[in-house]
Ligand binder design. Structure first.
Ligand code: SF4
Length: 329
């Protein structure tokens, strides 16, 4: 019996956007494709969400010193992590604490029962459900979504606008009215107003309906869609084009030689279609079983330049991922 496609099932606003960008990206990951963000990245974003939730639930916005209360919530969440917070947390924490005070203004005189965090919202008809970071009730409904990714200073990315439009739709579905305000709370930019109109709502619903009707195996590789896709290492349509992208962050080749350092990292010489390449700084446990001739794929790696004998030089970075051995050649 055929399994229903993931695109026909329940979607969160973020997965709905992925479905629009590339229907194949929301299918289950097969094989050994470790293409998702590393634990370190997940922990930084997750920590910021946990800290904000803790602060709201403790009514820290009503404290004598709301900023100190937010710092306390952030430190308490970080202290719960075995091994401590990731190095990137220091900057995110500082931004959260500094910009969090603008939320105190937004919350205003609302009672605690009107200030809700991590609110589950669901539309059975559209099979859409999401968890909203902050929902303010009262005379006006206000929707706030925390974004921990760095947002550039020019408008808002399309995917952010789309996700917030779907949250506005969920609010209208549940409360009968569109929110009076929809905002992104960006760690690097602070509060950003997201205009929602009848037209943007109609367009978002239409785009979602079209994406659901699309062939679920249709892969639409693009640098933006593929960058953090969990299927990236195994996705052949991606590998057919990714090596030709301008400023690509993907590298594929047959292992020629592995040189291990004593520091837990290794350098690998690869033979690829574009010639030979050295990739350095790779965790040794990733390539512990690699033998000459096996295929190695790396994503989110940095092209450093060209070395002797025109060998390309690449470097593993904090968000890099890779797979070896079981990948097709
Ligand atoms: S890697 Fe790219 S093309 Fe492949 S499923 Fe993911 S988003 Fe689609």
């Amino acid at each position: 019996m055929n399994q229903p496609s993931v695109g026909a099932g329940w979607l969160s606003p973020s997965r709905a956007w992925r479905l629009i960008e590339c229907p194949a990206s929301v299918q289950p990951v097969a094989g050994n494709g470790p293409g998702a963000a590393t634990d370190q990245e997940v922990n930084t974003g997750t920590l910021a969400h946990r800290a904000l939730e803790r602060w709201i639930r403790a009514e820290g916005y009503r404290a004598g010193d709301p900023k100190a209360a937010l710092a306390e919530a952030a430190d308490a969440c970080a202290a719960e992590l075995p091994g401590g917070p990731p190095s990137s947390w220091r900057v995110s924490r500082a931004r959260l604490v500094a910009r969090g005070m603008s939320l105190v203004d937004l919350i205003g005189q609302r009672m605690p029962a009107q200030v809700l965090s991590e609110v589950k919202l669901q539309d059975d008809d559209l099979r859409l459900r999401g968890q909203l970071d902050l929902l303010l009730l009262g005379d006006d409904i206000v929707v706030v979504d925390l974004k921990t990714q760095t947002l550039l200073d020019e408008g808002l990315p399309e995917w952010v606008q789309f996700q917030l439009t779907l949250y506005a739709h969920l609010i209208e579905k549940i409360y009968g009215d569109l929110p009076a305000r929809v905002e992104v709370f960006s760690l690097n930019r602070g509060r950003i107003d997201v205009p929602i109109t009848k037209e943007t709502l109609r367009d978002a619903r239409g785009a979602l309906a079209m994406a659901r009707a699309a062939n679920p195996s249709h892969a639409k590789p693009s640098r933006e869609a593929c960058q953090f896709c969990a299927r990236r290492l195994e996705c052949e349509p991606h590998w057919e084009v990714a090596m030709r992208w301008r400023n690509t962050d993907a590298l594929e080749g047959a292992v020629v030689r592995v040189e291990e350092a004593t520091t837990g990292v290794a350098a690998v010489l690869l033979e690829g279609l574009a010639g030979r390449a050295w990739a350095s700084g790779i965790p040794t446990d990733l390539i512990a079983a690699a033998t000459p001739g096996q295929m190695l794929r790396l994503v989110r790696v940095h092209h450093v330049g060209v070395g002797a004998d025109r060998v390309a030089l690449w470097r593993w970075r904090r968000l890099s991922a890779g797979g070896v051995g079981t990948l097709s050649e």
